[in-house]
Design a protein around this ligand. Structure first.
Ligand SMILES: Cc1cc2nc3c(=O)[nH]c(=O)nc-3n(C[C@H](O)[C@H](O)[C@H](O)COP(=O)(O)OP(=O)(O)OC[C@H]3O[C@@H](n4cnc5c(N)ncnc54)[C@H](O)[C@@H]3O)c2cc1C
Length: 387
């Protein structure tokens, strides 16, 4: 039987993270204004958190008395907006791919590195088949030679390097096989680009890099083809959706509080004909929030059963990302409609949440693409038949 109740242990972690997120909000406006105009720096512990344990780390060390690390981790993302990351820089997405698919030798050699994930290229984001960057094997030196350009790479300007997915130059059968390589910023031929200025999420740096005949030995090549490299997204996409829901929670709570100041309390028991338009809008947005919550928890439950590298819940992961991105867009937009000018005022964070939210429906695979992936899996379409 499915049990939706939280254990005391779950609640303890939700309270801990809520406290940290609320602390972060005190600094959020200043960081939002300034972060992209400062050179990216590797984060250290924010002084306001001195002496406070990291809730995610605590959970990782022991999830006893909770609904399990995977479930509670997702729930923690959804309590409210994470406006500021106040903890030292963690491992990047690429480090997780190394953790999933690296050999013991590769983990021993590269495990200490903080690695971004380099997939997107100027002409290839939604459709990796268009990747123009290449790898080739040079038998004369027993090295792989990497060339090309990657863009919009999260935190690349402060991490040590990246796991980058490239397509091979055509083999004898004309195939261009995908393969992932570990590259570091000190390699000859690695060129970092300037930070990308964007609509929202200013606390979060993205930039690009080029690879100009980077030469790496065999140990830098991961046993991670396209499918394996992308499998990490099945774990992460629902978490991106969960983070978006956390942001929406803050937006909804703020909007309800503002409506209450104006004398409008949402009465959930009142029938649809008796409700005001504002109440109806809030209730509908909260229903979307709940639907997204349920979709995320379902995929996280499947992850608990099947393991993090399983492909057994990739459709559900895409569903979660699609509905989370949609909720982020529609709820923040809907709340602005109810808030009016206060929604746009820099006296509050609502306008920031509105800007931050849009990105959730783009990165880690845009909503349009998730819906295509779901349609392919559910209806059995092949690539090219539907789009
Ligand atoms: C904050 C942020 C962080 C990111 N971090 C990383 C990272 O760490 N590593 C990395 O590799 N990339 C990263 N990205 C890139 C991101 O994954 C891509 O931007 C995203 O996948 C979309 O790809 P694209 O930019 O090439 O857009 P495009 O593929 O050109 O798409 C543009 C628009 O067209 C739509 N579209 C495309 N094809 C179709 C179709 N067939 N049918 C309907 N609509 C379609 C898309 O949904 C999108 O809305 C990041 C992006 C952002 C904004």
């Amino acid at each position: 039987m499915v049990d939706f109740s939280l254990t005391e242990g779950d609640q303890r972690f939700l309270d801990l993270i809520q406290e940290e997120y609320e602390l972060g909000r005190k600094f959020a406006r200043e960081v939002d204004r300034e972060a992209e105009h400062k050179p990216p720096v590797v984060k250290t512990l924010h002084p306001a958190l001195e002496g406070k344990p990291d809730p995610y780390q605590l959970l990782h060390e022991s999830d006893e008395g909770t609904s399990g690390e995977i479930m509670v981790d997702a729930l923690m993302h959804m309590v409210s907006a994470k406006d500021l990351d106040m903890r030292p820089e963690g491992l990047g997405f690429g480090s997780m791919v190394l953790e999933d698919f690296g050999t013991d030798e590769q983990k021993a050699k590269f495990g200490h590195l903080r690695l971004a994930i380099g997939l997107t290229e100027p002409g290839a984001g939604s459709d990796p088949g268009n990747m123009a960057s290449t790898w080739r094997y040079d038998a004369a030196t027993d090295e792989y030679v990497l060339n090309g350009e990657k863009v919009f790479i999260s935190a690349i300007n402060k991490l040590d390097g990246a796991v980058t997915l490239l397509r091979g130059v055509p083999d004898e059968q004309g195939r261009r096989l995908f393969s992932s390589f570990i590259i570091t910023k000190d390699m000859k031929g690695f060129h970092e680009m300037q930070q990308f200025q964007k609509l929202g999420m200013h606390q979060f740096d993205i930039a690009g890099f080029t690879m100009d005949d980077i030469r790496v030995p065999a140990i830098n090549r991961l046993e991670a083809d396209f499918g394996r490299t992308m499998s990490r997204f099945n774990h992460n996409r629902p978490l991106v959706a969960a983070g978006a829901l956390g942001l929406c929670r803050s937006m909804l709570d703020f909007t309800k509080a503002k409506l209450a100041e104006g004398g409008i309390e949402v009465d959930y028991a009142r029938g649809v004909k008796a409700r005001s338009a504002a109440e109806d809008k809030i209730i509908r947005m909260e229903a979307l929030w709940e639907a997204a919550w349920g979709t995320i928890m379902e995929v996280k439950w499947k992850q608990t059963q099947l393991g993090t590298t399983s492909l057994g819940y990739r459709t559900e992961a895409s569903m979660a990302k699609a509905i989370g991105g949609k909720a982020a867009r529609q709820i923040t937009q809907g709340c602005l409609e109810l808030l009016g000018p206060e929604g746009l005022s820099e006296d509050y964070l609502a306008e920031k949440w509105f800007r931050d939210a849009r990105i959730a429906d783009i990165y880690e695979g845009a909503g349009e693409i998730q819906r295509i992936l779901v349609a392919r899996d559910v209806l059995g379409y092949k690539k090219g038949e539907l789009n």
